[in-house]
Design a protein around this ligand. Structure first.
Ligand SMILES: *Cc1c(COP(=O)(O)O)cnc(C)c1O
Length: 376
């Protein structure tokens, strides 16, 4: 038999972040570096106001990465030793780490059917020490925020979002990162708006948070050089900001494409027994999802993953297969049965702007074939 060419579909194609805009990036790097404009220069300010406009938020503070942004935001909010912050355990370990390093205690709770923080679980976890709720706007979807905001108001709690995966995602028209005291966004290469290295920012409508974070990211210094708080160094590089300005121009297009791919997966995989899909892009009028990831629930997940891998299709089990509270060396003692069961089933299949429709169809057909062979 002649060797069939296998259509390879990697989970993510890192070189494409550069290749897709190489000429413009090269030119921009040359221009910025020739000026010696490396730290806190014009391109950073431009990027901050561009993102503010795109999202519809008052302040954007560029920072070294989303983890720093979240951590410094916890500090800026005055959260510290003795305080508790409630978060969904289905998230990156960066979420609770941001709380831990402020000296406070991260309290993991269950997620719901859409894999995002569950308001009933939050309510049950509130104690007299609770200071904030930290929803992760996971996979590019913004949690149903009405019940979360209601709980926060009722109990006098702050809201700080881990919106690292959710730039441009909305709930009832309001952007991820604009609830409560705001949220972090990540520009890690594989994120929906990726730079050529690490980068992040904080979004907020709160003037105090803006003032504090501008100090905290730059050694606590104000423009006169006076130091009023203990700060750190967590600035977004100006070169990265310049590159992000290029990427941002094409961002709305990129989101449209991600939603198209999600629709295609939905139409092809909806009726496959053994699978549960994320909500479709147009499944309700309240959510505008940007599909950072396409996270399915799959029977025989590990077998499916191997089947795909043998056929050149990449996939990823989120966070190495564990919800954060299952990293028991970090001192968590909670048992969260819904989330733990979910982690035996979740799998992320390729969804990125390097993919053609043919790639998407091939992935969907291969998954369908797996379950036909298994005869579910
Ligand atoms: C990527 C990510 C982070 C960390 O972002 P960095 O910019 O790499 O620090 C935090 N939380 C979530 C949910 C993420 O996906």
């Amino acid at each position: 038999m002649a060797q069939a060419t296998i259509r390879k579909v990697p989970f993510f194609v890192y070189p494409d972040i550069y290749q897709s805009d190489a000429a413009e990036i090269d030119e921009t790097i040359r221009a910025v570096c020739s000026r010696g404009a490396f730290i806190m220069q014009r391109e950073l300010e431009e990027f901050e106001s561009n993102v503010a406009e795109l999202v519809g938020v008052k302040h954007v503070i560029g920072m070294a990465n989303a983890t720093d942004a979240l951590h410094l935001a916890v500090r800026a909010a005055g959260i510290g030793p003795g305080d508790e912050v409630i978060f969904s355990s289905h998230t990156m370990v960066a979420t609770p780490a941001a709380v831990h390093y402020a000296g406070a205690t991260p309290i993991p709770v269950e997620c719901g059917e859409d894999h995002l923080i569950d308001a009933d679980a939050v309510r049950a976890a509130i104690t007299e020490n609770t200071k904030a709720i930290m929803p992760t706007q996971l996979n590019g979807r913004t949690a149903a925020m009405d019940p979360i905001v209601a709980l926060a108001e009722q109990h006098g709690l702050m809201i700080l979002e881990d919106a690292a995966q959710a730039l441009g995602s909305r709930y009832k028209g309001q952007a991820a990162g604009s609830f409560g005291l705001g949220g972090c966004i990540s520009f890690y290469p594989a994120k929906t708006l990726g730079c050529l290295g690490d980068g992040g920012c904080w979004l907020t409508n709160d003037d105090h948070m803006n003032d504090q974070l501008r100090l905290l990211r730059d050694h606590g210094r104000d423009s006169s050089g006076d130091v009023s708080v203990w700060g750190l160094n967590s600035r977004l590089d100006n070169v990265q900001a310049a590159i992000l300005n290029i990427k941002l121009k094409r961002y709305p297009e990129a989101i449209t494409r991600r939603r198209e791919i999600a629709s295609l997966y939905d139409s092809m995989l909806r009726d496959v027994p053994g699978l549960k899909l994320p909500p479709a892009p147009t499944s309700d009028g309240e959510h505008f999802d940007i599909f950072q990831n396409y996270e399915i629930e799959a029977e025989d997940r590990t077998e499916l993953r191997a089947y795909l891998s043998e056929r050149g299709i990449g996939s990823l089990i989120p966070w190495g297969g564990k919800a954060t509270h299952q990293f028991d060396k970090l001192g968590f003692h909670q048992s969260l049965p819904f989330t733990e069961r979910l982690f035996e089933r979740v799998l992320m299949i390729p969804l990125n702007t390097s993919m053609t429709d043919e790639d998407v169809v091939h992935v969907a057909q291969t998954i369908t074939q797996f379950y036909q062979d298994k005869d579910f």
